[in-house]
Ligand binder design. Sequence first.
Ligand SMILES: C[S@@+](CC[C@H](N)C(=O)[O-])C[C@H]1O[C@@H](n2cnc3c(N)ncnc32)[C@H](O)[C@@H]1O
Length: 234
Amino acid sequence: MSQDPSRQTRPVRSYVLRKGRLTRGQQRALDELLPRYGIPDTPPELDWTAVFGREAPVALEIGIGGGEALLGLARAHPEWNWVGLDVYPPGVGKLLLGLEESGLDNVRAALADGVDFLAERVPAHSLSACYIFFPDPWTKERHKKRRLIQAPFLDLLAARLAPEADLFLATDWADYAEWMVAALEAHPRFTNVHGPGAFAPRCPDRPPTKFEARGELRGHEVYDLHYRRMGGGA
Ligand SMILES: C[S@@+](CC[C@H](N)C(=O)[O-])C[C@H]1O[C@@H](n2cnc3c(N)ncnc32)[C@H](O)[C@@H]1O
């Protein structure tokens, strides 16, 4: 039986932020679709109206995985501009293929580190929402310092979110969920929409991702969180 060429894999060549094997389809997407759906490298600080060709609230998802959640959210809210980031080339390739197939025109993608992107590219207070679903949990005690959700990251995020912007998170690690609640509630710029210490109902319009499904098969409970950036300050 001949193999579907789009399923054949080869090592990442052009994009090496994180190791990953691209299918031919994903490699083509990065080569051909990134110029269309990607975010231009210059100028360093972005002008969202120029990036999207229209004025609309901008929502950012950091760590899109295969882009399933972002595609669902962008489909559900065509009136918003959506930006998806990941350091994993096959994931960004998969999102680009999804964009090509869906015809959605309100999504832009970048193969980029979320922290660098926020620090270097995103104008102050220009984001109306941020989504972070199932960030790497770094479960070993000695690795927890690598977790994304901690004070320096929250300082940076607060400086890029507009006042009253929403922050939605989800994790299937109970210990990381508690860690996120502690970090966010210790931060002067974030308030829990559902009351101190509370978890949130499932984020509206959040489609299940492959990663979430894998966790569910292992019996992991999912914890959603919903915070709001309070007004004022940097
Ligand atoms: C556990 S996966 C979850 C993916 C996706 N959100 C989902 O629900 O299926 C975490 C994702 O975050 C990405 N990631 C980790 N650190 C990142 C960073 N600093 N910036 C952007 N993406 C990151 C990883 O490459 C991976 O795709």
